[in-house]
Design a protein around this ligand. Structure first.
Ligand code: GDP
Ligand code: MG
Length: 235
């Protein structure tokens, strides 16, 4: 039976919000966690915020690390890149040069974040754009993101436009990547098991019983690592 308490959740997703100072990171996180907009305080190092929202029928607890854009705190913020499952890379859509600097941020992501991290490019302050500017910003943002193989969204924390959908989209990517990784692990284990079975039941290749046994028949006193190493050496 689902737990109705606000603390109940089905999954937990860790998201780092990164980008230059003044791009609107704190306002986005604030809008996501409190549903209102106010003039934010400057961020020093990393601010941690929690919120639990339903995403596709699952209560999802978001751990949001709102990082500062200042290079002074780079060592601290990079530590959060490493443990994040998703990164929201924020740029100010009203700044014509902002997209040109996205490449530098992406380089930092590939240096410091895990290989499996999911990244979403997020333009902010869309309320300040005219209709034409918005259309241009969408095209340029989409093109920049597509070059990096990631998706792009435009948001306004002030008007509450696209903020939750941005965090939802990133969460879905994190879920999909995790599902793909666990499918790969199952496949690898199945393949490994099959190879072990083949050896075990091919008499010529079987000098002693235990070395060719399928893994699930190995004596339990043996550590999985040593079994694995020995099995790999035998193949
Ligand atoms: N008009 C408008 N201003 C915004 C929006 N988001 C942030 N700002 C303003 O941009 C400035 C920097 O925002 P902040 O969230 O502190 O940026 P951070 O340094 O990246 O965390 C502040 O003056 C905000 O009020 C937005 O969606 N619309
Ligand atoms: Mg901030």
């Amino acid at each position: 039976m689902p737990d109705a308490s606000p603390d109940a959740f089905d999954e937990c997703v860790k998201i780092a919000v990164i980008g230059p100072q003044g791009s609107g990171k704190t306002s986005l996180v604030h809008r996501c966690t409190t549903s209102w907009f106010c003039e934010p305080e400057p961020t020093f190092g990393v601010d941690f915020r929690l919120c639990t929202i339903p995403i596709d029928g699952r209560q999802t607890r978001l751990h949001l690390w709102d990082t500062t854009g200042s290079a002074r705190f780079a060592k601290i913020t990079h530590a959060y890149y490493r443990i994040a499952q998703g990164i929201l890379l924020v740029y100010d859509a009203t700044d014509a040069d902002a997209l040109g600097r996205v490449g530098t941020w992406l380089e930092q992501v590939s240096t410091y974040a895990s290989d499996s991290v999911c990244v979403l490019l997020c333009g902010t302050k869309a309320d300040r754009l005219s209709k034409e500017e918005r259309a241009r910003a969408l095209i340029h943002g989409n093109t920049t993101a597509a070059r990096a193989g990631i998706a792009h969204v435009l948001t306004s924390a002030k008007d509450n436009e696209g903020v939750l959908p941005a965090f939802e989209a990133l969460t879905r990517e994190v879920r999909a990547a995790a599902a793909q990784r666990s499918r790969a692990v199952v496949l690898r284990n199945e393949t490994f098991g099959e190879r072990m079975m083949k050896r075990c039941y091919s008499p010529a290749a079987c000098p002693g019983l235990s070395c060719c046994m399928p893994l699930w028949h190995q004596p339990i006193c043996e550590s999985p690592t040593s079994v694995h190493r020995r099995a790999e050496a035998a193949m």
